[in-house]
Design a protein around this ligand. Sequence first.
Ligand code: ASP
Length: 311
Amino acid sequence: MAFTQRHLLGIAPLSVEEIELLLDTADGYVEVNRRSDKKLALLRGLTQINLFFESSTRTRTSFELAGKRLGADVVNMSVATSSIKKGETLIDTAMTLNAMHPDVLVVRHPDSGAVALLARHVRCAVINGGDGSHEHPTQALLDALTIRRRKGRIAGLVVAICGDVLHSRVARSNILLLTRLGARVRLVGPPTLVPGGFRALGVEIFHDLRSGLRGADIVMMLRLQRERMQGSFVPSLREYFALYGLTRRVLEEAAPEALIMHPGPMNRGVEIDGVVADDIHRSAILDQVEMGVAVRMACLDLLTRPLRGEA
Ligand code: ASP
């Protein structure tokens, strides 16, 4: 099956077959990343620019490693020292970069829709590295790969996504992907952060953590995205942890082999207790980071196939 998408702007435009192709391709790259010689020549001669308008640890580093391991020339543009700080518009920045003939642009931006707008003004493939509270497709793909490898399947699993769903692009991309692959998705959090409107996406909503976790196979915790909040959505961090923090005790409600996930960065003592996050038997948080490089290699590989004369 050929991957016909020109860009990767979100999970929404992808078919089940395209998601599975991305996951299968990424699966192969997991093994490459565990070898001592990780360097391939697949993207030799191609240029990848990482353009991050928002801070990032995992996403930017793993896109850089992914591009380099596939043999591309990778350039990281730091917004702090670029002309964006001098008032250049997003579209002018896009057209400037386009004139340098990159083959792939990886873009993260604080505004929902900004990456899609930028994609309309460049000729190369654009990958969304997270736009506002809209989508973060590679995160959902790496989460799916983590679940598939640890649990052997996605269909039929009960996945509880807990915390600040309202402001989370990770939640949105995961809801789209996991429901599409047949998981039963629950959203768990206070009504201010998990509004009823999400039901339209085919999920169940719980405002009580214990009930939401009951029998869950996957427990995915989310950070409070305070940089996207105007005013306060929770009375206090201490109260939030008491009601919605994942502790060993509350985790007993979940299925006995339930897997704990978190996209990072984690706020220990706010949405998750450090002891739970560090539990090597239950926590898949570092697996997620490992899968992130493989998934990003798969995205770069599939999106550049037409350039390399492959279907
Ligand atoms: N790293 C994820 C993101 O960029 C989650 C987070 O920031 O809380 O959306």
